[in-house]
Design a protein. Structure first.
Length: 319
């Protein structure tokens, strides 16, 4: 029997994009030497995304869907898709067609050769990004790769084709605070990178605001590096040394040279500076404690409200 490729598509308010994506995938499936299943994850959409997905399931029996009880975020949607996928090869793809479904043909060929466990897409362009956002993104990748032992490739997308063995390894990581790009890299396995020009969104607007991207970047730094904690400790040591030196200088100036101690303006500035540094260091520690708190509560990463997976599996067994 031909191998099965599972395509996981996280969706949040993508009613205008889903139809275009399905047409592209349907066209690509005719040129694949494998079978194809599509898994749409409705991440608490407030538009007609779920309705559009259900319409497609009536036309095509190879479509699965999972609908969350609310918006849990893309990371939860990716995890749900990985858990639901039954394919020999599994890929994650955005609904907006910025990821090119046609690349699946090349990806499958590479995995079939047996040398690699994963074929990952790396975008060499950032369409729709402002000048500031492009440069901040480049800076982020430089920082994360210097402070973390887990390599995060610049321009890496969630779009990649993975073997069942690699996906099974990813599913063993049950952390609540997830950063998939880091997890994909952390589990290892041989990965081949292919570059491509990402396209403009086929419809709708991006759901990633600057603030959401900033929080997401913090998630990755906290999840894959403890260096910020070391920085907080180092800053504390440096300021202790500076304070001891200043105490000695003040004693010498007062007792030996007879200079009066500087007045309150300089003292207030020092207090504000040190207080700011202390709050900054406490903030770093607080971020790590917050993540630990969320992990310890052991809440489910997502809650499924509705799915057709049982019906899908039943129909495919009958076939």
């Amino acid at each position: 029997m031909k191998k099965l490729v599972s395509v996981i598509v996280p969706c949040y308010n993508e009613e205008d994009s889903i139809g275009f994506l399905y047409k592209e995938l349907d066209s690509v499936s005719k040129n694949l030497k494998t079978r194809l299943e599509i898994i749409f994850i409705n991440d608490g959409s407030t538009d007609k995304t779920l309705f559009r997905i259900k319409e497609l399931t009536k036309k095509d029996k190879k479509i699965k869907y999972i609908s969350f009880s609310r918006n849990f975020g893309k990371e939860a949607a990716i995890l749900a898709g990985l858990e639901a996928a039954s394919g020999d090869y599994i890929t994650v793809m955005d609904a907006d067609l910025q990821d090119k479904p046609s690349l699946l043909i090349e990806m499958v060929k590479i995995l079939e050769e047996g040398e690699y466990d994963c074929v990952a897409a790396r975008s060499i362009s950032r369409h729709g990004y402002s000048f500031l956002r492009k440069n901040l993104t480049k800076l982020y990748y430089k920082i994360i790769n210097k402070i973390s032992k887990t390599e995060i490739v610049d321009g890496a997308r969630d779009f990649r084709l993975m073997t069942r063995q690699m996906v099974n390894a990813i599913l063993k990581l049950r952390e609540y605070n997830r950063y998939s790009k880091g997890i994909f890299s952390w589990v290892g396995f041989n990965t081949k990178w292919i570059t491509y020009e990402s396209s403009e969104r086929v419809a709708g607007k991006s759901k990633w605001s600057f603030w959401k991207l900033f929080k997401y970047s913090l998630e990755s730094i906290i999840g894959f590096s403890t260096l910020p904690l070391s920085i907080a400790s180092l800053v504390g040591v440096i300021f202790c040394i500076i304070s001891f030196i200043m105490i000695i200088v003040i004693i010498i100036k007062t007792l030996i040279l007879g200079d009066p101690v500087a007045g309150w303006p300089s003292l207030v500035c020092i207090i504000f500076l040190v207080s700011g540094i202390q709050l900054f260091c406490l903030g770093i520690i607080g971020q790590y404690l917050a993540k630990m708190y969320l992990e310890i509560k052991n809440r489910p990463i997502y809650i499924i409200k509705e799915t057709n997976i049982r019906e899908y599996e039943k129909e495919n067994k009958e076939i």
